[in-house]
Write a protein that binds this ligand. Structure first.
Ligand code: AMP
Ligand code: ZN
Length: 463
């Protein structure tokens, strides 16, 4: 199995060659825990999960780290804008710590519903302040940092190839007119490494003392957003690691992370940058600011499985935008249920056809082509020449990578009363009493089930 991945750095699909096989180190930018993560956010973590499972299938031992942003950063362009954690705390009348604990717990719970394998380490920004301070100090010693009245900034022009590795148009990244300019910044692309709590040249911090602030060699304040990922990825995975992931809206964040790491270490820090495209609603990015988000609980309220969403995301390649709507999710739910039935109704003990397994692996290894992998799975399920047991074995093997949980059906347990009626109907049929059998079938239908007579006997299915 040779895995090929699209690398944002080279803008090409490349063979994946780890730094020290069989080990692979992987980092994904995690959530800012100030509200429930929406299903668009989960596309990123579902992709990380598929990559993790694919690497494992290919024989690698993966150390996967994900950060939890629980410091309220100023996430607007140019280090101004709203402080989301503090805003969430105010909204719900909780402390910053309580709000981040609440939404981290929900994030973990929702991830489990999506069958996402948890990372080896979930690392919180607030628990790695010393590492962040040490990173900033190292940058300062190398001449990459400078002071302003509101913080310590990274000098992007001092770093010779700022923006170049990701092919970014630096001009396009300049602060927009809607963002108040910070006159003390040397260059528009410079970003905060550390912000002071009290002194600020831009009147955007909440009045009064910040709920989260720390002492530092430069004064009381809080770290910039980008430094947390540089500090924690280095701490857990080393100065040079294999894969860094996130959604395409994190390109600027990653450009800044990359600049920090390379400035500090003087060499490349990450070999493969993997970015997923957005989930859209009616052609617009799903985002809290547009008010068009859905969460896992919205899916459950409609009595659809969260795993249907997992199936839905796999129907579109991760580098393409994916439009979300409820009809598509319902269709995905039905498709996943059909797969579950194929597995559940078949006897165990079959052998998965080797050729089809190779075709499946080839698709998934081709830059994580999940739509192609699903196609192979369905073509196996439809092949008349294969026995139900062979199809079952194949589906289970494919599901080690797809993680659709097709052995766990969401279908409700068939009530005892319905099973008893089905038994009586079968008895009547065997006795040739077809009118009694028909009457019993009607009763079963009234209870919300249908009986399908298959070669292996009658099967009850919900209507
Ligand atoms: P945030 O909590 O805003 O830092 O976002 C967490 C992750 O979700 C990041 O990797 C984002 O790039 C990603 N993300 C945010 N919105 C979307 C969307 N509509 N579709 C796909 N990914 C998204
Ligand atoms: Zn990050």
């Amino acid at each position: 199995m040779v895995l090929r991945l699209f690398n944002t750095l080279s803008r090409r699909v490349e063979d994946f060659i780890p730094l020290s096989p069989p080990r692979v180190s992987m980092y994904a930018c995690g959530p800012t825990v100030y509200d429930a993560a929406h299903i668009g956010n989960f596309r990123t973590y579902l992709l990380a999960d598929i990559l993790l499972r694919t690497l494992t299938r290919a024989g690698y031992q993966v150390t996967y780290v994900q950060n939890i942003t629980d410091v309220g950063h100023l996430m607007g362009d140019g280090d101004v804008g709203e402080d989301k954690v503090l805003e969430g705390a105010r909204r719900e009348g909780l402390s910053a710590l309580e709000i981040s604990q609440k939404y981290l717990a929900l994030f973990v719970e929702d991830g489990a519903k999506l069958n996402i394998i948890p990372p080896a380490h979930w690392v919180k920004a607030t628990e790695h302040i010393n590492e962040q301070i040490a990173f900033i100090k190292a940058l300062e010693e190398k001449g990459y940092a400078y002071h302003t009245s509101d913080g310590i900034y990274f000098d992007t022009f001092r770093f010779s190839h700022y923006g170049a590795p990701a092919g970014l148009d630096v001009g396009g990244l300049l602060e927009g007119a809607r963002v108040p300019k910070n006159a003390e910044k040397k260059n528009a692309t410079d970003f905060a490494l550390w912000k002071f709590s009290q002194k600020t040249s831009v009147p955007v911090l909440p009045v009064g003392k910040r709920a989260m602030e720390w002492d530092s060699p430069w004064g009381v304040g809080f770290p910039g957003w980008h430094i947390e990922c540089s500090a924690m990825s280095t701490h857990y995975l080393g100065e040079h690691f294999d894969i860094h992931m996130g959604g395409v809206d994190l390109l600027l964040h990653h450009t800044n992370e990359l600049a920090q790491n390379e400035a500090r270490f003087g060499h490349s820090a990450v070999n493969y940058w993997v970015h997923n495209e957005f989930v859209l609603v009616d052609g617009k990015k799903m985002s809290k600011s547009l008010g068009n988000t859905y969460t896992m609980s919205d899916i459950e309220k409609r009595e659809l499985s969260p795993l249907a969403y997992r199936y839905l995301t796999m129907q579109t390649h991760y580098r393409q935008q994916m439009n979300f709507n409820w009809d598509a999710l319902t269709a995905a739910n039905n498709a996943r249920e059909r797969l579950s039935r194929i597995v559940r109704d078949a006897p165990s003990g079959g052998m998965a056809p080797e050729k089809s397994l190779a075709a499946f692996d080839q698709k998934i290894c081709n830059d994580l082509d999940t739509p192609g992998a699903l196609e192979v799975l369905w073509s196996v399920c439809r092949q008349d020449s294969l026995s139900p047991a062979e199809k079952r074995a194949f589906a289970l093997s494919a599901d080690e990578v797809l993680g659709l949980g097709i052995t766990k059906s969401e279908e409700k347990e068939i009530p005892k009363e319905v099973r008893e009626l089905a038994r009586q109907r079968e008895e009547a049929r065997q006795d040739g009493d077809f009118s009694a059998a028909d009457a019993l079938r009607k009763k079963i239908r009234q209870l919300g089930y249908t009986v399908n007579d298959t070669l292996e006997g009658p099967k009850l299915l919900p209507l």
